[in-house]
Design a protein around this ligand. Sequence first.
Ligand code: NAD
Length: 357
Amino acid sequence: MIDDQKRILVTGGAGFIGSHLCGRLLADGHDVLCVDNFYTGTKRNMLPFLDNPFFELLRHDITFPLFVEVDEIYNLACPASPIHYQNDPVQTTKVNVHGAINMLGLAKRLKSKILQASTSEIYGDPTVNPQPETYKGSVNPIGPRSCYDEGKRCAETLFFDYHRQHQVKIKVARIFNTYGPRMHPNDGRVVSNFIVQSLRCEPLTIYGNGFQTRSFCYVDDLVDGLIREMNTPDYFTGPLNLGNPTESTILELAELILNLTGSKSGIQYNTLPQDDPRQRQPDITLAKQVLEWEPTVPLQEGLQKTIDYFDDLLREGIDKYNSRWQMPKMKVVAINDSIKSVGPYPETQPSTLIPPA
Ligand SMILES: NC(=O)c1ccc[n+]([C@@H]2O[C@H](COP(=O)([O-])OP(=O)(O)OC[C@H]3O[C@@H](n4cnc5c(N)ncnc54)[C@H](O)[C@@H]3O)[C@@H](O)[C@H]2O)c1
């Protein structure tokens, strides 16, 4: 046991990022309580920790109050991919708003530090690139993505109001695209899509000519950034961008994955929809200054680890642990890491005085 062992609560700890965070905190010698309702997380992600006496797993929905004793809270509970968060948009807003209120209330009572896993989505469809933390964003409040974008924005508001009004020690991290083992195989994101397609020898679907760029942060780098932010002095609240500013084209990503998997899959080009969202790229100047942090894992290395994970998962059978990820009623069109037309709720236009034809 380390001298400064802390009791740390990770909400959403059974998910992709949360499970890596739990693993790193346990490895650092802390006592970890993972709270999750398994909406998108799985017990499979918890298997490496179940024998560790310093690890506890509690099934709980954070939209309901929670009474536990801890020193620090990482609030990650929230479905993160459009397929998942649009499946039940009202619940998505609830987990962001009610969940944040419950966790902030807990931090207030315990006088503990609390870190919010916010997102680059709070910048919406940005008019500034790359995005610094000072950019206020351009978000549609009534679209199908709003439950997530506006939910996360409201959570940030709550964090800063609890800080101003109740002196709660807050940290806000704005996480950009992250990838790695334990990603969901069916979340419609470009990294998981390309890897699963390659391993299944299915054509990799690229929308447009593939020259559009994206940037991806390996999960170990991201987790390191979250822990560093939690350990900043109390006066530092964020918001702080955490992500990888290195860009690659979608075509480069596809070719790299084909190369690494040795797959004979071809590439299938589909038409890029007119309103494909513009790129998002983090400005991490502040993280470099405050945390002395920047991503270190090269894309090729991170992808290899992710491919190995998906290879194992496909051999085991994806559906064995992840049956609730099969959401057959959803109508989903994946556009290289952005999701369009996700049902069952159609896009709503603002009303006008002209009745629909
Ligand atoms: N993965 C990314 O690229 C990314 C980017 C930006 C922000 N984030 C944020 O990081 C956090 C973790 O994302 P992730 O990719 O690991 O997603 P994930 O879906 O794998 O993990 C979210 C976890 O929260 C749990 N959860 C959902 N609702 C809950 C509730 N009401 N009560 C308790 N647990 C609940 C899920 O079961 C899951 O285990 C999220 O808050 C997400 O918004 C992720």
